[in-house]
Design a protein around this ligand. Sequence first.
Ligand SMILES: [Zn+2]
Length: 227
Amino acid sequence: VCFQPKSVTISRTADRWFISFKLEYEPVNRPKPHPVVGVDLGIKALAVLSTGIVVEGAKAYRKYEKKLSRLQWINRHKQIGSVNWKKAQIKIARLHRKIANIRKDTLHKLTSYLAQNHSRIGIENLNVSGMMANHKLAKAIQDMGFHEFKRQLEYKCQLYGSSLVVVDRWYPSTKTCSRCHTVQEEMPLSERVFRCDNCGLEIDRDFNASINLEWFRQLGGDSLWTG
Ligand SMILES: [Zn+2]
């Protein structure tokens, strides 16, 4: 296949040059092994799927994050604009880029997997501003890059002919029993296991939520893209 680029962009980050091509691409509608999936973005894992698959987040960048804060601390007294300061700035920018690339790569793998293997994908529209009130949770959400996750999923669903169903943020996916659909009291974040008072189900909290997102689809969610 020969691609004729529509446009070419040259950009610079830190001390490196990048070239990007814009290509026109025909959507590919291929058969999906498991049509429907509910995705729960977790705190512990990157994502828990209603098919039972747990996607771990990239832990690799954590060590670079530590290195980054050490670099910033070491260089805090350098005279701004000096040769040594400039050298340090380039080193810091390189590390920033490395961390961003690792995160991006992890998200791309997840969103490609979802769009290629499922024809309907249910995700929760996170109440990000409300969650930012909780500092620890805010960090986790930033790490996962929810907006980037949604952005990638939207265009990949178009690309592979899948539908993305964005579930209402107030849908109580974490406190509803995925077996009998009883809605319980809100659970504290530290509680990792969902226990149903009605039917006695004991299940991983995130897995329970991801199954509920699939249920929401069957009740009729708000579909953004239809392949
Ligand atoms: Zn139950």
